[in-house]
Every structure is written in C-alpha cells, then in structure tokens.
Design a protein around this ligand. Sequence first.
Ligand code: MRU
Length: 347
Amino acid sequence: MPENPIRWENNTLIIIDQTKLPEELEYIPLNTVREVWDAIKQLKVRGAPAIGISAAWGVLAGLRENPPADTAAALRQAQETAEYLATSRPTAVNLFWALERMKKAAQAAADADSADTFFERLEEEARAIHEEEIASCRAIGEYGKELIKENTGVITHCNAGGLATGRYGTALAPMFLAHEEGRSFQVFVDETRPLLQGSRLTAWELRQAGIDATLICDNMAACVMGQGRIQLAITGADRIAANGDTANKIGTRGLAMLCAPHEIPFYIAAPSSTFDMSLKTGAGIPIEERDPDEIRRGFGKLTAPADITVYNPAFDVTPAEYITGIITEKGILRPPYTGSIAGLFNG
Ligand code: MRU
C-alpha cells in the first residue's frame, strides 16, 4: 500500500499519477487549479475519498497560483476555485463534501487579518479532511477485518485501496489489516473494464503488500463463485443514498446480484463522507458517462469499429437489498439501512 499517494509539500499538491500504474510509480506535482481539475477528470487521481482530499488541497493550490491581495479577494477566489473543481466529476459525493467544507472554512476565515492568515486557516481544514479520511479508512479496516476468516476467498471490484483514499483504502483496508495479523486468505480481483482499475491498481497494491491475489476478468466472477472459491465480497462506494442504495464502479451492481444466489455476503466499505443524506434513494445519484473511446480504443488500441455507438456509464447503483452490510468508520451498518444510516449521523 503506498504510504502517501497524495501529499501537500512546500505548498504544492503532489499525487501518484494512477494512469501510469502499474508500469511506472510516478509522483507528479499539480501546480495550477486547471492541473488539479484535469488530474481528477483524467483519473490521474481517482477513488472517491482521494478525489475529495485532492480537491480540498486544490483550493489551496488556487490561492498559491494567484496570490490574493487581501482577505476579501482570497475568500472570493477560494469560493470560485471550489465551484470550478466541483465540475470535474459528478458521481463521488466526497468531492462535493470536501469542497463544501473548504467553502465553510473560507467563510469562517473571512475575518482573518491577512490573506496569509486566511491561507493558513484553509490549510488547516484541508489537512483535517486528509487526516480524518485516513483515520476513517483505518477504522473501516479494523471493523472489516473480522469478516475475513482464515482461508476465506474474497472478491473485490475496481480499486478501493490506499491509492483511492490517502492510505489503507476502504474495501482493501480489512484485507491489509487481516494480512498484517497473519491471516491467510485469497483475493479475487475483478479486472474492472473498461479502465482496469482492478488489474492496474488493486492487483498492484495487493501484490505490494504480499497478499495472495488472483486476477480475473469481470465476466469470470460467476464461474469462480460457482466453483465455491468465494465466501465474501467487499467493494468501495462513490455515493450512498439515505436508504443504502450505493453507486460504485460500473459492474458492482452485477457483482452484488451474483452474490445473492451464491449465498455470498456482499459488503460495501465507505466512510461517512461517502453518504449523501439529501438523496432518499439511489435513483437521484448522478452517473458519469465517459468518453466512448475508453471502450472503442482502450489504452490506444482499436478494439471495435471506430464509429460504433457506445454507452459508457462509469458507475452503477446497487440496490440496498443486495447489500449485507456497510462497513463504516463507526462500525458495520445492517439493514434496514434507513435507520442504521440515520444513526450514523445522529448517534
Ligand atoms: O472512476 P473511479 O476509478 O474513480 O471509480 C472509483 C470507484 O468506483 C471506487 O470503488 C470508489 O471510488 C471507492 S474508492 C475508496
């Protein structure tokens, strides 16, 4: 697991360029707000919590790029930058959650005696977001590791590891911690078409940690389940509605629906920042549609007629009824979710 895939160093945001993995582990600086926006859009930094953390630091990058003359200008600029970064991707609610926090912190810092003090106050908020997300992932790992018994076969989809979060991950955190305790288990990693976050990123992270990982194409999951080799499924989430309906990487819904007839428990792992209490059900979750060429010519090779019509939703919504439990930093939520999720925020 990479120790610090997102860093704020010498007033510069530094990220691992996830599009280069697994061939190259390259840290790149993001010097301008436009570079932060592009990095999120192009999935150089991706995964719901990682997008939120990067956007929070992106607000600081904006203030560094064009140093404001006074506090009033700094406040205006911070708000404009936050609004601009919010247009980078639509589905992961962590992005909007983190930017709302930055906007509130900016409002609260409006009484700062200088633009420098204003900057320091916003820096504190971005650091708090970053550290809280890492602490939440660690806690998710502590709760979730109990689900991984000796010799369990676990399946996961997409990448919900350290790369996607800042450290530990959400779905992968229980695996890292169970492995640290010396438990032996096997992870089946869905390749995750079309952008291969499973094979490029999750397989890489698990290998780095020395965890027994086996890569499968997405369409092999049913076969492997039928062979009795999987006892548990855990994925991350990009947005969870108040009733537990969950948006995650395209293919998650299919995986969850396969688990039911095979009697395999299907868990979502996510911090509080991934819940959207303004949405009663998953029907209102905005689903990003991406460039058709990600499917027609993935990674530069034409694999379909160049002008074929393509439908490329990046996420799907898994109905709450297929979810056995939601592993959060405060414990594992169980159905009925409307009550247990409300308790997460009120209790
Ligand atoms: O398009 P991506 O790669 O950003 O999609 C990421 C996912 O779907 C992850 O599973 C999710 O963000 C959880 S990350 C802890």
